[in-house]
Design a protein around this ligand. Structure first.
Ligand SMILES: NC(=O)c1ccc[n+]([C@@H]2O[C@H](COP(=O)([O-])OP(=O)(O)OC[C@H]3O[C@@H](n4cnc5c(N)ncnc54)[C@H](OP(=O)(O)O)[C@@H]3O)[C@@H](O)[C@H]2O)c1
Length: 328
């Protein structure tokens, strides 16, 4: 099959724009339609992205017979509803991270996709960058021995008010769900497991959502991960993976990495460059294309079982913070 995979986008916001730009750089994808709550907004977005079809509702993009897969790019409280709508139309879904607000919603989404036999993946784009592919290869080859500890943080100073989705509980605000998901997912990828014990401290914004947190994971074998997340301060935004035989540093910004440093015991450190064109969402898109061409309904790099396990961990982190979202 040489025909391109045809994409629809739901929600014409900031990440949707980035995705549309990078889809042009993908090998096998093509944007054909966009849906917004506002027809005028969809038309503007469509005009900026190759004059694709523009719909004034999410339903229409899900129903478009020419669309193979929909990229759900709305704020997290709407991911479940939007994804279920696409699935009901028998279409595949790439849903932005976090896949949902919590594990309960995630279970519903997975069950619906499985019942309908369609592909569903959380858009954890970090995993698909060439630098991350290289990281997984080096860990699997034992180049730094047994991994004992991971340190990773993602902190961005949002110069925004309480109405912004990062601080607004009605839009799923909070640093953990928006930014902390990256180091949490990274730890899951590296250890291939969820922590046995979780401890944390949290600082809250005036709207009641978390705006800074430090979290420590302990795994059954005593290995650990120290995770930081913030929406009010800029952090180091790199990941350090410490093994018995060396260290790997995924340099800033580790969520869309282009450099790794490998420090093996007794050898000089080496830095590898993995620069890429655009913003890098094309790697995730091309992985999805490969899955669809192979007829797969789940990714082996960001599998649904792991997405669910990560959301269970996210729920556990949040529980002692007494942070519940409207409708939860
Ligand atoms: N992969 C990444 O690096 C990355 C980066 C940023 C964000 N994200 C994720 O992508 C999602 C969207 O983030 P974003 O930064 O693109 O947000 P955004 O700029 O606010 O855009 C979200 C879009 O969702 C739609 N929407 C539907 N219901 C809405 C409501 N009640 N209020 C506001 N918008 C609503 C709107 O599109 P219409 O008006 O067109 O309907 C809006 O433009 C989030 O889940 C976030 O975690 C991922």
């Amino acid at each position: 099959m040489t025909e391109k995979i045809k994409w629809g986008i739901m929600g014409c916001g900031s990440i949707a724009n980035q995705y549309a730009n990078d889809l042009v750089l993908s090998k096998h994808g093509q944007l054909v339609a966009v849906g917004s709550r506002s027809k005028a907004k969809a038309q503007t977005f469509a005009a900026q992205n190759g004059g694709v079809r523009a719909y004034g509702s999410y339903e229409e993009v899900a129903a478009d017979p020419d669309v193979n897969i929909v990229y759900v790019a709305t704020p997290h409280p709407f991911h479940m509803e939007n994804t279920l709508l696409v699935i009901a139309h028998g279409k595949h879904v790439l849903c932005e991270k976090p896949i949902a607000l919590n594990a309960k919603q995630t279970r519903r989404m997975i069950a619906a996709a499985q019942k309908k036999g369609v592909f569903l993946m959380e858009g954890m784009w970090t995993r698909f960058f060439p630098a991350m592919v290289q990281l997984r290869k080096r860990l699997a080859a034992g180049h730094i021995g047994k991994v004992i500890a991971v340190e990773a943080d993602l902190g961005i100073h949002f110069k925004a008010g309480p109405e912004h989705r990062i601080f607004n509980p009605h839009l799923g605000g909070g640093a953990l769900l928006d930014l902390g998901i990256y180091p949490v997912s990274l730890a899951s990828m590296i250890f291939g497991a969820q922590p046995e014990k979780i401890t944390s401290t949290v600082h809250k914004y005036k709207t009641g959502v978390d705006d800074h947190a430090v979290i420590v994971f302990t795994y059954t074998d005593g290995a650990s991960a120290a995770v930081g997340t913030s929406s009010i301060v800029r952090m180091k935004n790199e990941a350090r993976i410490y093994g018995t035989e060396g260290t790997i540093i995924v340099h800033e910004m580790f969520l869309h990495p282009n450099q790794l440093t490998l420090k093996m015991e007794g050898k000089p450190p080496r830095t590898f460059d993995f620069s890429y064109p655009g913003q890098g969402m094309q790697f995730e898109a091309d992985h999805v294309h490969q899955c669809l061409r192979k007829g797969k309904s789940d990714s082996d790099i960001m599998p649904l079982t792991e997405t669910l396990a990560i959301m269970q961990t996210m729920d556990k982190i949040r529980k002692p913070w007494k942070l519940k979202y409207p409708g939860e």
